[in-house]
Design a protein around this ligand. Structure first.
Ligand SMILES: Cc1ncc(C[n+]2csc(CCOP(=O)(O)OP(=O)(O)O)c2C)c(N)n1
Ligand SMILES: CC(=O)[C@@H](O)[C@H](O)COP(=O)(O)O
Ligand SMILES: [Mg+2]
Length: 619
């Protein structure tokens, strides 16, 4: 069978094991060749080819509900639900998403992008099903990384007490994005390497489920089930949550997977199927990767494995600018400690981890814990730097407010991937953090306009005694190491007149500042550009003079309008009795889809050309 002939999962149900294995091979080749052209999440998908085939062989979507945790490993599911022809547009503007998307297919029961939501969602669906007296199965697929997330643990706690029918597939590839971390990973390793419990469990479960005895008799055999638990389940962490368990099962053996899933499907109550898979399976570069380089990739040459994207000369990624500065500062300041919740590679903290192993902590997918861990360090005299992607920082809102800011602790928060992030789309755009942090007392929130300012602001963050969040986007910036560090006055903005006869003022921040300046120079625009590098506190002196300007003032934001810089300025102007009208450009009340950053900026009318048209309409 050709993968382009698959219109629905029922098309694979009549295939023999050999045909399924052949299909698995085809899917792997397709994934590698297709993702090489579009970019996307390669390794995790290569790892779940047989598993997803077996799931669709045994269960019936859309009646049964598949929930892929994070959703980055749902490509095979997309292929098996008739979406292979759409992979040319994977994660592209108006193309199919890189995660499950409900509006894309009736087979996508859930949407995510953030980790560890699958089990809570699954329990919600199970309870709704039971209240509706329906009988479909709910099948969350959760990885060993996602399973370490706090939400997953909270869900297991309730799932164990609710005892609803649910087949939890524990997709264990012994990797998060890079190497998994934490004590639980060691528990998983013990499980991975233990003797499979299958024979005993299957025999007993099989006997129970195929028995002609009625349910009441089965219930009276609870003591047998309990015996199973004593002999088998209690040795696993899942047993402690009162969940039944089958495994570990070779996740690349389709025949075995189908057999085990058939048992799990008939099982009464929640059951965990522990499946061992290999991240990157079938593509040697990805199989050998321990750093997570093949987790999410941009375009590459499938033969050589070489990336096709090049860093422009003299530039560095924003993450690298921050992390290399952090390394530099940490040489002199022995109290600086680096923390990442499972994003060491993406945050470019690997160099810090190598240079300062005793002062580096990967907390796993645990943004909430990581933030309070940082607060504890700061309360004890250390100077923690915690790097979190803007979108994932949403998980740690309470910890920032309750544990960091309330005690006014000097935690430095590096907010990576702020603003629009591109192809990951809705779930990952970092456009909410300004609104999220601006109203928290004691918080300082800033964004550098370029690599130099990034270094000075990070230095500044460590010279003061309050919580300090520094946001920086995905992408690159011109970089050279500054000769000397000097503190930036907290709350200070800067202003640059492009022409002496300025007729309009643009207030903006981040790398927008230089973009507006250079465009204004090229187009001969008589404007003034303000670098509002601090969102909190505001530069009140400069704002007073701006509020008294007669010429139009445009606030140009590339994040949410509500609660953003413009909101802050309007509040200030109103509260200080100014009548000034401001023109606000930014993202209004909706989630932004996926696509390249330039395409999305254009879509949202946030690109520099649209800004120039707006400026021109006022001049
Ligand atoms: C809340 C949150 N934090 C961090 C991430 C980034 N992230 C995406 S996938 C992933 C690793 C997941 O590991 P696992 O569940 O084992 O899946 P695998 O990639 O191994 O298939 C991480 C950390 C995220 N999506 N959501
Ligand atoms: C699925 C997920 O959350 C991550 O893999 C994310 O896609 C990484 O983003 P970056 O590519 O910006 O590091
Ligand atoms: Mg994993």
């Amino acid at each position: 069978m050709n993968i382009f002939d698959i219109k629905s999962p029922s098309d694979i149900k009549s295939l023999s094991y050999a045909q399924l294995e052949d299909l698995a091979q085809q899917i792997r080749i397709f994934l590698i060749e297709s993702i090489a052209k579009t970019g996307g999440h390669l390794s995790s998908n290569l790892g779940v080819v047989e598993l997803t085939l077996a799931m669709h062989y045994v269960f019936e979507t859309p009646q049964d509900k598949f929930i892929f945790d994070v959703g980055h490993q749902s490509y095979v599911h997309k292929i098996l639900t008739g979406r292979a022809p759409l992979f040319t547009q994977l994660r592209q503007y108006k193309g199919i998403a890189g995660f499950q998307k409900r509006k894309e297919s009736e087979h996508d029961a859930w949407e995510a992008g953030h980790s560890s939501t699958s089990l809570s969602a699954a329990l919600g669906m199970c309870v709704a099903r039971d209240l509706n007296h329906a009988s479909y199965q709910v099948v969350p697929v959760i990885g060993d990384g996602a399973l370490t997330g706090g939400m997953a643990m909270e869900a297991l706690n309730q799932i164990g007490s609710e005892q609803r029918n649910m087949v939890i597939i524990f997709n264990d590839n012994n990797m998060s994005i890079s190497k998994n971390v934490g004590a639980m990973d060691e528990t998983f390793t013990r499980l991975r390497t233990s003797k499979p419990y299958n024979t005993l469990k299957e025999d007993l479960k099989g006997a129970l489920s195929t028995s002609k005895m009625g349910k009441s008799v089965l219930e009276s055999m609870k003591n047998i089930k309990n015996a199973v638990k004593e002999n088998v389940v209690d040795t696993s962490i899942f047993g402690d949550f009162n969940l039944d368990y089958i495994g570990p099962v070779d996740g690349h053996d389709i025949r075995r997977l189908i057999k085990v899933l058939e048992i799990a499907k008939r099982h009464d109550g929640p059951i965990v199927v522990h499946v061992l898979t290999k991240k990157g399976k079938g593509y040697p570069f990805a199989e050998e990767d321990k750093e997570g380089k093949w987790h999410g990739v941009s375009q590459f040459d499938p033969k050589t494995g070489c990336s096709l994207s090049r860093m422009p000369n003299g530039q560095k990624s924003w993450s690298e600018v921050i992390s290399s500065t952090l390394c530099d500062l940490a040489k002199d300041n022995k109290d600086i400690i680096a923390i990442t919740p499972a994003m060491k590679g993406g945050s470019k903290l690997s160099a810090f981890f190598e240079q300062f192993p005793m002062r580096s902590f990967d907390c796993g997918i645990a943004e909430e814990h990581a933030m309070t861990f940082a607060a504890g360090l700061a309360a004890s005299g250390k100077r923690p730097f915690i790097s979190v992607y803007s979108s994932f920082l949403q998980r740690a809102y309470d910890q920032i407010s309750h544990d960091v800011a309330r005690m006014d602790l000097p935690v430095v928060i590096g907010i990576d991937r702020c603003g629009l992030v591109g192809e990951d789309g809705e779930t990952h755009h970092g456009v909410f953090d300004i609104a999220m942090l601006r109203h928290i007392p004691h918080m300082i929130l800033a964004q550098p306009k370029d690599g130099d300012e990034a270094q000075q602001l990070l230095y500044t963050a460590f010279t003061q005694e309050h919580p300090f969040a520094l946001r920086y986007p995905r992408g690159n910036t011109p970089f050279h190491k500054v000769d000397t560090y000097h503190p930036v006055r907290i709350g200070s903005w800067s202003m640059q007149k492009i022409m002496e006869t300025s007729k309009l003022c643009v207030i903006t921040y981040g790398d927008n500042v230089d973009k507006v300046i250079s465009k204004a120079r090229i187009n001969g625009l008589a404007i003034t550009v303000v670098n509002a590098r601090f969102f909190k506190p505001l530069d009140e002196e400069m704002l007073n003079s701006i509020c008294q300007m007669e010429e139009p003032v445009i606030i140009y934001e590339t994040d949410m309008l509500a609660g953003g810089l413009g909101s802050a300025i309007l509040e200030y102007a109103n509260d200080h009795g100014y009548q000034k009208h401001f023109v606000r450009i930014g993202i209004d009340d909706h989630f932004v889809e996926h696509g390249s950053i330039p395409q999305l900026k254009k879509l949202e009318r946030l690109d520099i050309n649209t800004l120039c048209d707006i400026i021109a309409s006022y001049l």
